[in-house]
Design a protein around this ligand. Structure first.
Ligand code: SF4
Ligand code: MG
Length: 338
């Protein structure tokens, strides 16, 4: 089956006063209908820049984008603004972290859910309202007939995030890009929103690109995961496999540094030493080498001089960029993630 989304050799560069920031560098991945791909990494790894690049949402005066973003056979990266606008909010929708800034405080939920929808479809106000109420019900907002007339500030954080998801669903998207959709919420509400996304994804055969720094989120809902570091893909594969047996020292470091969600609360947490690289002046070779506890095991100075290729580890679904032989990392003591 042809993937719904195929990103090939994507690069995003920002021109800043300090020089050029290479936010995304030669990134390739694909996503099929009915699947959830989690893109994981620390802040500054390029995951949000990737999400924005898919929909051409970067400021074109400052960002330089190259590569292909093939969506259902069309290269979105080659489209002009008008061509892209036809996809945004309809076939491809975005859900952001902060619903309070994404929603306008001045307009009712009805207005915000129906404006773009009416413009696109020519639906009557009444029909659009009916659809908005349906979508609010679908995302679990109680009493949607009344609440559709309210303003964002009348909703709790979790309910606002549901409204954002309802807004995304208005256009019956094939692909939803959700950037840290639960980060601003408390743990219980987070779990409810993730369940909601997973449920909608399964029932509508959506493709969901879930951008997150939180491996707990990945373990709950993602089929596949792509780990990014300094703008590149460093490890990819079925989420359960990657979480159970990471093959990249950075992925393993991330796993060791997260608080347990479902396992042993007393498990040792070891943060990764050092901090993410300065993308104005990234380290040569493997960008992770200044923080890597495994580089001594690689002969010579390879880690500091040669960029490791992102290549399959036998199974073509399982990819990694590291000079270590595959299977070199010993398993973690007791899995930190369910
Ligand atoms: Fe560590 Fe070297 Fe592998 Fe990079 S290539 S992750 S520095 S062992
Ligand atoms: Mg981000």
């Amino acid at each position: 089956v042809r993937p719904l989304l195929a990103v090939e050799d994507l690069a995003v560069r920002f021109d800043t006063e300090g020089g050029t920031v290479q936010a995304v560098n030669g990134l390739s991945f694909s996503l099929r209908r009915g699947r959830t791909l989690a893109v994981v990494g620390e802040s500054g790894s390029g995951k949000s820049a990737t999400g924005l690049a898919i929909l051409g949402l970067h400021d074109r005066r400052r960002a330089r984008i190259s590569g292909r973003v093939e969506f259902d056979g069309v290269d979105l990266a080659g489209l002009q603004e008008r061509g892209l606008a036809a996809y945004r909010g309809s076939r491809i929708a975005m859900v952001f972290q902060d619903a309070l800034t994404a929603l306008s405080p001045y307009h009712t939920i009805e207005r915000q859910l129906t404006d773009a929808y009416r413009r696109r479809t020519g639906a009557s106000r009444r029909a659009a309202r009916t659809r908005a109420v349906e979508m609010l019900a679908r995302v679990g907002i109680p009493d949607p007939v009344r609440r559709v007339a309210e303003y964002p500030h009348e909703f709790s954080g979790g309910m606002r995030q549901r409204v954002m998801i309802a807004m995304a669903l208005m256009g019956e998207p094939d692909l939803v890009i959700a950037d840290e959709p639960t980060t601003a919420l408390d743990v219980t509400v987070q779990a409810q929103i993730l369940d909601l996304l997973a449920g909608l994804q399964a029932e509508s055969d959506l493709a969901l690109l879930l951008i997150t720094h939180d491996l707990g989120v990945v373990s709950g809902v993602a089929h596949d995961m792509l780990v990014m570091y300094a703008g590149r893909g460093v490890e990819q594969g079925p989420a359960a496999e990657v979480l159970a047996a990471p093959e990249h020292p950075y992925t393993r470091g991330l796993l060791r540094s997260v608080p347990t969600l479902h396992g042993d609360p007393d498990a040792d947490l070891t943060p990764i030493a050092g901090s993410p690289p300065d993308l104005l002046d990234p380290p040569p070779g493997c960008a992770f080498h200044p923080r890597c506890d495994q580089r001594e095991r690689v002969g010579g100075d390879r880690c500091a001089t040669e960029v490791p290729a992102f290549v399959p580890l036998g199974d073509p679904e399982r990819m990694r960029a590291c000079h270590l032989p595959s299977g070199a990392l010993e398993a973690l003591e007791g899995s930190v993630i369910r």
